[in-house]
Design a protein around this ligand. Sequence first.
Ligand code: CTP
Length: 410
Amino acid sequence: MNHLQGKTIILGVTGGIAAYKAAYLTSRLTQKGAVVHVIMTESAKQFITELTFQSLSKQRVYSDTFQERDPASISHIDLAGSADLVLVAPATANMIAKMAHGIADDMLSTTLLATTAPVMVAPAMNVHMYRHPAVVSNMNTLYDRGVQFIEPGDGLLACGYVGKGRLEEPDTIVSVVEAYFAGQAAPESLLLAGKKVLVTAGGTVERIDPVRYISNDSSGKMGFALARAARAMGADVTLIAARTDIAPPQDADIEVVRVESAQQMYEAVAGRFGSADVLVQAAAVADYRPKQAAEAKIKKSVDNMVLELVKTTDILETLGKAKTKQFVIGFAAETGNTEGYARDKLVRKNLDLIVANDVTLAGAGFGTDTNIVSVYDVEGLVFDLPLASKDEVARKVLAVAAGRLNGVLQ
Ligand code: CTP
């Protein structure tokens, strides 16, 4: 089925060397039956002509807001209202900044403010510009407003640097747009439809004797929020919970497996990992356990007692290194140097994402209903949330995982 047939797409072309690729993009979208209205910025016209887009789209090309050719209508409002999707490709740092700040000083930025259609942005710029905190912050603002980013892996840029910043290949952009229209009937509610998601929660219990144990402050709330969010996105969810302060979600559609120790959690997770699409390791797993758990209650005798501890299996590291198709997400609760430790764990454990928080901050960490997190992938910061509910953190983390699993980079 051709999902682009009859769809109205506004293609915003901004001024970068990659503007020429927008010509091919226009051609592909048009061939697939979409009605493509191109809006160019003034600087885009330095790189490519209106006539190119007009010939390929067979539609009038817009650039100047005040070039009103039809007295009965106002172009940017009409265009904005007619769109099923607005795609900005290539999007310069300047246009991304205008979008983030609501500036409307040309036809494209005005249309972007006037539209209620979904917006996709394919950035293209120099790698240093791409990593500039201003650009990262503007992109985060737009991401939070629901703008979808289409970004490539590394590639050679026109300026000679290698890195992220290059425009995604037009054929891939077309695939993302097609996937969007194909899945439009089922947006967020089915982002993880058909996917098997394993979530761990709580703190493991390492027995000293039948009445005593070593554990930690994990409440289980973050893991539970993740399990609920994954289920709400249509996933088939298994929640593997160790000791928790509250009861696991009662949703009959979430399979709950109770475990105690790190070893039991390892066995429960490893046994299901092969058929899983996503592993979210939110549990606080003990790093050490008593070498010997006494069979009977240890009696008070000597003045100084030494408890010998041995390392537990690092579940995340073992499975991260063994992963094939699985998208693996780890957590790092730190009390300082959060980014450094988290990114080190991401690499060491071969993770796709790591959700890091500094548990010393008010509103973050154990027992609270909120969290303050920064999420990293191997290239750096993906997004951060200053103070959000654990439900919101869960939704955003899983939305990134879903996007990447479905081939839509975010
Ligand atoms: N983890 C795990 N198995 C372990 C220890 C940790 O699966 N035996 C997982 C945690 O569930 C978490 C991530 O690894 O998702 C990071 O845990 P953390 O305790 O912060 O990292 P460690 O590697 O144990 O490093 P350290 O304790 O030195 O900070």
